[in-house]
Design a protein around this ligand. Structure first.
Ligand code: GLV
Length: 330
């Protein structure tokens, strides 16, 4: 097909060109800036003509944007989470929405364990102390942390990522509780995981890790009431979505020591401004939403997003579609 007849795709954010190699010869692209925090104004003029949208989790795709893109035939999100997209509005327009599950499960579970271990053993503080000259000797009672072996991990949300975390935690000798729809009995047995209600999980766990998607039901699900149920020695890890935890309540919990520490890959708001009081909490470890940030994982996410995009442009079913109802009664 002549280049000018290829469908136009808006890619909201610059990406390494090799990650987008699959798109070559299949579509024309206009690409937003590196580190785009919103839909860049330079892309606005292309909305009227765009047939595909390749976006990141930081870019809201709502009615107001969809209304300006009447020819849109596919929205492909380079993320497993898709709370940035008004899926109902896309479905109403029969636009399939793609996401990238699976390829980031291991990397996200690895970072969850890294955060959990770093918080349990106070690595940021210990590293700072060493660097700043406070390492005077092998200190028998210095930098004491919590054991994982024998401790209880509460997994809130036992989807792919929750399960991958549970497998890793089992390897560390942890006992497992979880909330979610029940796992098949053989999986429960294999993991040694017991299903309980959330309040029970919060009361019993030494570590709590969140793996639920952000939905109206999960927004703010960890607030003051829930944090007060946790043990004063407990550590909360969030690699899911920031708004699952009420930030003000978490700050209070850390300041008043209702819990021992938090380790966050995601925050609300995101990014967390540099002067935010959570950064001032020595018992709060914060990293900038990097759970899937490995070379291989990010490339595979981009490639899967390209597969979804191309399928949508070619009228095929998306390999990973979050609103398969668009294919009903067609
Ligand atoms: C990352 O947060 C993702 O949803 O892929």
């Amino acid at each position: 097909m002549e280049e000018q007849n290829l469908p136009l795709v808006i890619i909201t954010h610059s990406l390494p060109t090799e990650w987008l190699a699959k798109l070559e010869g299949k579509c024309r692209t206009v690409i937003g800036p590196w580190d785009a925090t919103h839909f860049d104004p330079s892309l606005e003029p292309y909305l009227a003509e765009a047939e595909g949208l390749f976006c990141l989790l930081t870019i809201p795709v709502r009615e107001e944007l969809l209304n300006r893109a009447p020819k849109l035939r596919v929205v492909s999100n380079m993320a497993v989470g898709y709370d940035n997209i008004d899926v109902a509005a896309c479905t109403a327009r029969r636009i399939p929405v793609g996401n990238t599950p699976g390829v980031l499960t291991a990397a996200t579970a690895d970072l969850t364990m890294a955060l959990l271990l770093a918080a349990a053993r106070q690595l940021p503080q210990a590293s700072k102390d060493a660097r700043e000259g406070r390492w005077i000797t092998w200190s028998p009672a210095g930098w004491l942390g919590a054991d994982l072996d024998g401790a209880t991990l509460g997994v809130v949300g036992m989807g792919k990522i929750g399960r991958a975390v549970a497998q890793r935690a089992k390897g560390f000798g942890m006992k497992l509780l979880y909330t979610d729809i029940p796992l098949p009995p053989e999986v429960e047995t294999e993991l040694g995981a017991q299903r309980v209600e959330l309040p029970e999980l919060l009361r019993q766990s030494d570590f709590v890790t969140l793996h639920v998607p952000l939905t109206p039901e999960t927004r703010g699900m960890i607030g003051e009431e829930q944090l007060r149920l946790m043990k004063p020695s407990a550590i909360l890890v969030n690699t899911a979505r920031g708004p699952v935890v009420q930030t003000a309540a978490l700050l209070k919990a850390l300041q008043e020591k209702w819990i021992a520490a938090a380790a966050l890959d995601v925050t609300d708001p995101e990014p967390l401004p540099p002067d935010h009081p959570l950064y001032a909490q020595p018992n709060c470890l914060i990293v900038p939403h990097i759970a899937s940030a490995t070379h291989n994982t990010r490339r595979r996410m981009a490639e899967l997003a390209c597969d979804n995009l191309l399928a949508g442009l070619e009228g095929r079913r998306l390999p990973n579609c979050v609103n398969p109802e668009v294919y009903e009664n067609v």
